[in-house]
Design a protein around this ligand. Structure first.
Ligand code: IZC
Ligand code: ZN
Length: 413
C-alpha cells in the first residue's frame, strides 16, 4: 500500500479513540504516541504508528510532511454554532456592561429578534459571502467540521434561506457542515399574540418540508424563560424525531425550566449550555444517553457562571465543548479559545477537553464513526500544532497555535 500523504516525525500524536461519545473516566483516557507517523490514502487514515515509518508506507511520489516533532491531533469539531446571520450586535455590549440581562434585551425586541431583522433583509448571496469568510477563519483556527443552526429567519422563506446557504457552502469550501433546523429560537414579532400559530407553522409546515428535502439532520429549541417552555420544546422535538431528525435543546442556560430533564427523557442527542443544570437534569441525561454540549466562551462573555462540567463527567454524561459562535452571546469563532476556557473554568483536564472538542463533539452531530479521532478508517482530518505536546495548547491561550490543517486528506491551511 502506498499512501497519498504521509506525516512523519510527529513529536506527539494525541487522540481520543473509538466511534462513540465517552463520559466518566473514559473521557480523559486518550491515546498518546510519541515519535509517530500517520499515513493517508485519498481521504482516509490508513496507518498510525510509532517509530520508523515502515518501508511499505514510504513512497517517492506521494506528499510527505515533516511534522518537526510537533503535536498532531484530529481536526476540531465545533458542534454548536449559529453560523449564518445578517449584521452584528455590537451595540448590545454597552447594554450588557450596564447590567441589562440578555433576556430583557430579547423581551424588548432586541437580541435574537434584531438579528432576525438583519437576516431577513440580507440576500442569500450576502449571507453566503459573510459565512464563507467566517468559515475561512474557523478553518485556520483548526475547525474542520462545524454544526450550523438556522433560527434567524423565523419564517418559512428565511429559515430556508439560511439552510440553503449552509447547503451551498458545504459544496464550495473545505469545512464540513452539519445543519440544525432551529426555527424555535424565538417567537417572531408577527406571532407575538399567537404562540399556537407559530408552533403549528414549525410542526406542521416547516419541519416536514425540512425533513423531506434533507435540509437538516437535527432540530433544536431554545427552552428558556420567555422563549419556549419545556412542554412546547417536547412537542417540537418529538415531532422532529418522528421526521427522522435528531433532537438538540438549549437547556438551563439562564433558568432551569426543565430542559435537561426533558433532553434525557426524549433521548435527545445533545443538550446545550446547561449553565444552571440541576442534579436531576444530569441524572436524566445520563439515563437517556444525552451528550452535554457545553459553551464556556458564552459564560465567559456574558459574565455568567460556568456549567457543572466536572459533575457531569463524573456522572458519566459525555461532555462536548463548542464555540457557540453567534452575534449576541458569543461573537467568537475560535473553538481553541473555548477549549482553553473549558480547561481553566470547568477544571477539565487537557485530555478531557480534547475528547470534548473532537470525539464527543463528533458524536453530538452524528459523525463519531467518521471523524473525531486519529485512527485507521477515520476521515483524514488532522491538525499539526505549533506545540510540542498536548499540555502546551492548553497552557498557552489567546493565540492561534494551529500550524497546518488537513481536511479529508488535503492540506487546506
Ligand atoms: O443570537 O443571541 N442563546 N441563542 C440562544 C443565542 C444565544 C444566539 C443569539
Ligand atoms: Zn446556541
Amino acid at each position: 500500500m502506498k499512501p497519498s500523504l504521509l506525516i512523519y516525525n510527529i513529536g506527539m500524536l494525541a487522540t481520543a479513540c473509538g466511534n462513540s461519545a465517552h463520559g466518566g473516566k473514559a473521557q480523559g483516557e486518550i491515546q498518546i504516541i510519541e515519535n509517530a507517523y500517520v499515513a493517508v490514502e485519498e481521504n482516509k487514515i490508513v496507518a498510525v504508528g510509532e517509530g520508523e515509518v515502515p518501508a511499505d508506507l514510504r513512497c517517492d511520489g506521494c506528499k510527505t510532511i515533516d511534522a518537526n516533532n510537533k503535536l498532531v491531533t484530529a481536526g476540531l469539531v465545533d458542534a454548536h454554532t449559529h453560523l449564518v446571520f445578517g449584521g452584528w450586535r455590537e451595540h448590545e455590549l454597552a447594554l450588557k456592561l450596564h447590567g441589562v440581562p440578555y433576556l430583557d434585551i430579547l423581551a424588548q425586541g432586541g437580541g435574537i429578534l434584531s438579528t432576525v431583522c438583519s437576516t431577513r433583509k440580507a440576500t442569500e448571496d450576502e449571507l453566503f459571502d459573510k459565512t464563507a469568510k467566517a468559515l475561512d477563519t474557523m478553518l485556520s483556527l483548526g475547525t474542520t467540521t462545524c454544526e450550523a443552526k438556522s433560527g434567524y429567519g423565523l419564517d418559512f422563506e428565511n429559515e430556508l434561506k439560511q439552510l440553503n446557504v449552509v447547503k451551498r457552502l458545504q459544496e464550495s469550501q473545505p469545512v464540513e457542515l452539519v445543519s440544525t433546523f432551529m426555527a424555535a429560537h424565538a417567537l417572531p414579532e408577527e406571532y407575538k399574540d399567537d404562540r399556537e400559530g407559530y408552533l403549528s407553522l414549525i410542526i406542521d409546515k416547516m419541519l416536514p418540508y425540512v425533513a423531506e428535502h434533507k435540509l437538516a439532520d437535527f432540530c433544536d429549541v431554545f427552552c428558556e424563560t420567555g422563549v419556549f417552555t419545556a412542554e412546547e420544546s417536547r412537542r417540537i422535538l418529538t415531532a422532529a424525531q418522528k421526521h427522522g431528525l435528531g433532537a438538540k435543546i438549549h437547556a438551563d442556560e439562564i433558568d432551569p425550566i426543565g430542559g435537561s430533564v426533558l433532553a434525557g427523557e426524549i433521548g435527545a442527542v445533545s443538550a446545550e449550555h446547561l449553565i444552571v443544570c440541576p442534579d436531576e437534569g444530569i441524572a436524566s441525561m445520563a439515563k437517556g444517553g444525552t451528550i452535554a454540549c457545553l459553551l464556556p466562551a458564552t459564560s465567559f462573555y456574558l459574565g455568567a457562571t460556568f456549567a457543572p462540567a466536572r459533575k457531569m463527567v463524573e456522572a458519566g454524561v459525555p461532555v462536548a465543548v463548542a464555540s457557540d459562535f453567534n452575534p449576541g452571546s458569543t461573537p467568537n469563532l475560535s473553538l481553541q479559545l473555548a477549549m482553553n476556557i473549558a480547561c481553566y473554568r470547568y477544571r477539565l483536564t487537557p485530555e478531557e477537553v480534547l475528547t470534548a472538542a473532537t470525539l464527543n463533539a463528533a458524536a453530538a452531530i452524528g459523525k463519531a464513526d467518521q471523524i473525531g479521532t486519529v485512527e485507521v478508517g477515520k476521515q483524514a482530518d488532522l491538525l499539526i500544532w505549533d506545540a510540542d505536546n498536548l499540555n502546551f495548547i492548553f497552557y498557552r491561550y489567546g493565540n492561534n497555535l494551529v500550524q497546518t490543517v488537513i481536511k479529508n486528506g488535503k492540506v487546506v491551511k
